[in-house]
Design a protein around this ligand. Sequence first.
Ligand code: SAM
Length: 326
Amino acid sequence: MTLVDPHGRRINYLRLSVTDRCNLRCSYCMPPEGVPKLSHAALLSYEDLLRTARAAIAIGVEKIRVTGGEPLVRQGITGFLKDLARLPGLERLVLTTNGILLPEMAGQLRSAGVESLNISLDSLIPETFHSITRGGDLNRVLAGIKAAESAGFPFVKINVVVMRGVNDAEVAEFAAMTLDRPYRVRFIEYMPTLKEGNWQALTVPAAEILSRLASRYTIEPVATDSLAGPAAYYRIAGAAGKIGIIAPVSCHFCRDCNRIRVASTGIAKSCLFSEGVLDLKPILAGGDEAALREALRLVVNTKPARHRLSAAVPAHAPVAMSQVGG
Ligand code: SAM
């Protein structure tokens, strides 16, 4: 079944958050005081997450990304992933993690049926990493990337949120990681999710990231497949891996948007920055699977043509990504 939104975009991708909790406190993702933890009762059970996934697949979703918070901190995650991977019709099960628990868990994730991992890593300098994550240990993530490779993940995606004056000087070094290894290093424009007043000073536009890379390396565009997210891909000539640029702020991110989101509380969203949300919890409690499919269809049908991030003061309410599911 093909699922198309009112703007003609094919929607085949669900980002499913399994928890709001995280073992890091990244400065761009959470306010310094953290976010109030939800009670366990407020989270969807694994059974309800599976029902949501099944309904989404029934209406046309082909790819599911499990995210959070930090998905690997939820108890029983491996068993849940195994069940998810077995759902008929699901073509691609992928997961986003900060990598802290990967040294122990990469093998289990691979055997559970996860096809690929996105690992967030915003600095290769231990002190900068520690400061961005408010306490994280860079060595754990680097060991996690190695563990993912040893576990047989064919490629590892590394997501870097580029912030001016924080880590933008490391762009070339990150790109160099793709020279010998089949990594996909993806640079993401910093988004004003927490509604900071100075956000535009932090965002490094995609064009600037690209021109900085082009001044250092010969880079060429690379084609992507229909299940890919909104990254535009490039390769340093002769490199083993690829470089991706994700430009939510400066350009055509929305035109290629193929996703909907369900947060760990059951709140479904058609766009990260849309005000319109739909609470799936009462529908899940009602037990009517057709109603659940209809609700997800409604989410797709209310997808805005584009977000309004480019305004000087973003119109959206603050969205801690840990709560929405980044
Ligand atoms: N804990 C996991 C992780 O660290 O990857 C999954 C959740 S995290 C919220 C998912 C993604 O959201 C990460 O790749 C992170 O870089 C991105 N993200 C969060 N806040 C962001 C912001 N303000 N701008 C751009 N990307 C952001």
